[in-house]
Design a protein around this ligand. Structure first.
Ligand code: IFM
Length: 453
């Protein structure tokens, strides 16, 4: 029974909507929590570099220590077990297991993930690994510019196959990429993320190389493992601010094309959307014969990361998002209804394989009050998004799992440590973890779900 929820019977009705084998989990990524940035043979990543460039990270911080999960993973798995998590999504730092991004493997790096996976399995938690959550080995960037170069494609496939060969029998799933839209657009067009470049043409080429690397990695992994394989895409559905304005509708369609269809169409239909190719004009990527067939590999699941919607206004000044349910500490509108609508839409348009919500969560200005973190906003966010997910399931969407982002407060990329997404509060000075009220709520919800609602 959930001690901090005023309406436990509603919770049990909610949890009953989901399959009995539904996986309730939480997610993190290597660069954001591990620390140990130069330990045991790990090579530098482009994010280690980016943090060292003045002005790139809002609070001037870096990822040298982060949540020190590298040393505290046993404790962190114990926290997951306490919460009753059935699944945990983490990422493997490519430069930890292959410091130069090619050539020699770093056995000490693999040993860390080996210990982590064993610890999770011993706790009854299914491990879901992601191969690329943005920490490219810096050596690949130095040597030939990283993702803008096609040379990276076979190197990523080699790395993927090696991970699959070593861990495929113990992992529940392997995702190739996390949020390629962010890698390409924020890393190479808007310069908010590493490596901080500002060219739309480069970003478009990067997106193509990411997708190609995904396809080649899936092929290489299929040859060595039976583990379930997929990709994780961030979807921010676009809504015209004024449905009666053709400009708004057209702009929303382009936004959707760049964020959703640019990745979904090649992965599930083997083609890029024609309107976006036209929109990019001379900046459209160079695509070689056979590339699209290579990208369109059969997948076992689709990971969807959902946080908010885009509210598209072409007026000047632009109409602001209404935010009737508020905004998160990132300034993102809370709009759970879009989750239902979007899942129904992609199911209808793409007939994807089973879906996992691989990320969903909110940043909140949490503070510790008398030894507790009363994050009522996060409980409301979590509850409303689980309700939206349940509605999608009732409308026929095949969803198999949900991962709250994130287990711990952690390094929020260019926002540094100023944004707290965690179910556990982290005191970065002491590395003490404290279960927020939302962690207690999620624990109660999972307990209800496990008991059959
Ligand atoms: O922290 C990130 C994560 O690394 C990728 N998806 C969005 C999260 C919140 O911004």
């Amino acid at each position: 029974m959930n001690a901090i929820d005023p309406n436990p019977s509603a919770l049990s009705d909610l949890s009953r909507v989901f399959r009995t084998d539904f996986q309730w989990g939480s997610a993190t990524s290597a660069a954001q929590i591990e620390g140990a940035a130069a330990l045991d043979g790990k090579g530098p990543s482009i994010w280690d570099r980016f943090c060292a460039e003045p002005g790139r990270i809002n609070d001037g911080s870096n990822i040298a220590i982060a949540c020190d999960h590298y040393h505290r993973y046993k404790n962190d798995v114990a926290l997951m077990k306490w919460m009753g998590l059935q699944a945990y999504r983490f990422s493997i730092a490519w430069p930890r297991v292959q410091p130069l991004g090619r050539g020699t493997w770093n056995e000490a790096g693999f040993a860390f993930y080996d210990r982590l996976i064993d610890e999770l399995l011993a706790a009854g938690i299914k491990p879901h690994a992601t191969l690329y959550h943005w920490d490219l080995p810096a050596a690949l960037h130095d040597e030939f510019d990283g993702w803008p170069s096609r040379q990276i494609v076979p190197l990523f496939a080699d790395y993927a196959a090696e991970v699959a060969r070593r861990f495929g029998d113990r992992l529940e799933s392997i995702s190739t990429l996390n949020e390629p839209w962010c890698v390409a657009t924020l890393g190479y067009e808007t310069a908010q993320f590493a490596p901080g470049q500002t060219s739309r043409a480069t970003a478009a080429q990067v997106s193509h190389h990411l997708l190609l690397a995904h396809g080649e990695a899936i092929k290489a992994m299929r040859a060595v493992t039976k583990c379930k394989l997929g990709i994780v895409l961030n979807h921010t559905p676009a809504f015209p601010a004024d449905n009666l304005r053709e400009d708004d509708r057209r702009a929303a369609r382009i936004d959707d094309g760049l964020n959703v269809r640019w990745y979904m169409d090649p992965v599930f239909r083997g083609q890029y959307p024609a309107d976006i190719i036209e929109h990019l004009g001379e900046d459209a990527p160079k695509i070689e014969e056979g590339d699209l067939a290579a990208i369109q590999q059969p997948l076992d699941f689709l990971g969807v990361n959902f946080y908010t919607r885009s509210f598209i206004s072409t007026q000047s000044p632009a109409l602001p998002a209404p935010g009737k349910q508020g905004f998160t500490d990132m300034g993102w509108e809370i709009y759970p209804k879009a989750l239902t609508q979007h899942l129904v839409r992609i199911t209808r348009e793409y007939s994807p394989p089973p879906i996992f919500i691989t990320e969903n969560g909110m940043a909140n200005a949490d503070t510790v009050v008398d030894g507790k973190v009363p994050d009522v906003e996060r409980i409301a966010y979590l509850r409303s998004h689980l309700q939206a997910l349940a509605s999608a399931v009732e409308l026929g969407v095949d969803v198999r799992g949900y991962f709250y982002w994130s287990l711990l407060d952690n390094f929020e990329w260019n926002s540094g440590y100023t944004k707290r997404f965690g179910l556990f509060h982290v005191d970065y000075a002491t590395q003490e973890r404290l279960a927020k009220d939302s962690a207690h709520w999620y624990r109660g919800f999972i307990e209800t779900a496990k008991a059959g609602g």
